[in-house]
Design a protein around this ligand. Structure first.
Ligand code: ADP
Ligand code: MG
Length: 382
């Protein structure tokens, strides 16, 4: 294309919120036959929300599990992490301090308590209300829910019953400073040798089938004995050793919403004869639920960040002209490896730096527009 045609093309793009960094990117966009899409924050809104939470240990109420999860996630910048922290804050839960924090890319986070921590349930009359027995979390799936014989009770019922039963508020498990916790996906917990109790896998799969990302929460009891005290007040606490064979505490289901514009974009690519592949670090079943909803032909799930780049390179080796579209830090290498990398404007700085084109309106239809613009510009010079 002539410099003038490229100037016109980039100008038209810019006025539509499509920032094309180089003339080369505009020319390359014409050749694209395969579009690789990140899921979270790219196809979906990325505004994640905790939808359910269920506990599995009677000595560790789900309220406390959420406090711990939020404490760890407060140190992470992942969109999943934000959702967990926001949830805990919305229930005005105190968030304990964590030391020795460590994040494993594409898997999860870990850290230890900086101070002793009392795991307890909260009563409405005592101030913060935190009842997490979401309706969908039924007994069959959860196994033994905490604080009640029956996990299907809704929040209102639970709160009522809690205030009636003074006993519940007295139960307290005090964990010593240094106790280590994990929040992450199944692969992450397996790496940490955490055993999932019966029913947990079913609950995890059900959440994923509904399109949620399941986060697992666990305490490290496999390599060190966790002593805990139990009782109504600190003084009355009894010294005990965690009696369970597993430190698995429970599951948090985080939901996301697919952008309506993503569906339109995917249909447009199909009409143009462009192949669409979804590439995500998320659970395979979660990815499949989204794939089905959108009619995407191919999905590659549970990929580690470094493997996203490898997938793009592999497609290129097969002779495809590949556009990668993403928003995360973990998408950056793949964005750079693609023939054309496109970043979502609301995404991370790293993604935007690695991309050739930035979609300022966070709308996948603009990626279609960029490709059509490229075709138009090239056609004009002939
Ligand atoms: P995506 O491709 O959807 O952006 P990532 O590669 O960032 O996903 O993460 C993959 C998976 O790793 C997540 O679905 C989640 O299960 C787990 N994970 C990553 N970061 C965290 C975190 N901060 N807390 C809990 N789990 C996490
Ligand atoms: Mg993403």
């Amino acid at each position: 294309a002539t410099p003038v045609a490229i100037m016109v093309g980039t100008g038209v793009g810019a006025s539509n919120g499509i920032l094309i960094k180089t003339g080369e990117a505009l020319q390359q966009a014409k050749e694209i036959d395969t579009v690789v899409l990140d899921k979270t924050g790219t196809i979906t809104s990325g505004k994640l929300k905790v939808e359910e939470a269920g506990g599995y240990q009677s000595d560790f109420p789900v309220d406390a599990m959420m406090q711990i999860a939020a404490a760890l996630e407060k140190k992470s910048e992942h969109p999943l992490a934000e959702a967990v922290v926001e949830y805990a804050e919305s229930f005005r839960l105190t968030i304990p301090e964590i030391t020795d924090f460590q994040a494993t890319f594409g898997r999860g986070v870990e850290g230890a308590l900086a101070q002793d921590f009392a795991a307890q349930e909260f009563l409405k009359k005592d101030g913060p209300t935190a009842v997490f027995y979401a309706g969908k979390f039924d007994e069959k799936n959860t196994g033994n829910s905490v604080g009640t014989e029956n996990g299907t009770k809704d929040a209102a019922t639970m709160t009522k019953e809690s205030s009636e039963s003074a006993e519940l508020s007295q139960r307290k498990t005090i964990l010593p400073a240094g106790t280590k916790f994990y929040v992450g996906n199944l692969a992450f917990l397996q790496e940490k040798n955490i055993i999932l109790p019966e029913g947990a896998l079913d609950a995890l799969n059900r959440m994923a089938d509904e399109g949620m990302t399941p986060l697992l929460v666990a305490m490290d009891v496999n390599f060190q004995e966790v002593n805990f005290r139990e009782g109504g007040s600190q003084e009355a606490c009894i010294q005990k050793t965690w009696p369970k064979e597993t430190g698995f505490l429970g599951i948090i289901g985080v939901a996301d919403t697919v952008k309506a514009t993503s569906y339109e974009a995917i249909q447009a690519w199909e009409k143009m004869g462009v192949k669409v592949i979804m590439l995500t670090g998320d659970n395979r079943r979660t990815a499949e639920a989204v794939r089905e909803k959108l009619g995407i032909s191919e999905v590659v799930a549970e990929v580690l960040p470094q493997d996203k780049e490898e997938k793009v390179s592999e497609l290129k080796r097969q002779g495809h002209k590949v556009a990668m579209i993403g928003d995360g830090i973990n998408d950056a290498p793949a964005l750079a490896a693609a023939d054309v990398g496109m970043a979502i404007g609301a995404g991370t700085d790293v993604a935007m730096e690695s991309a050739d084109i930035i979609l300022m309106k966070n709308d996948l239809r603009d990626a279609v527009t960029a490709m059509k613009l490229s075709r138009a510009v090239i056609r004009n010079i002939k």
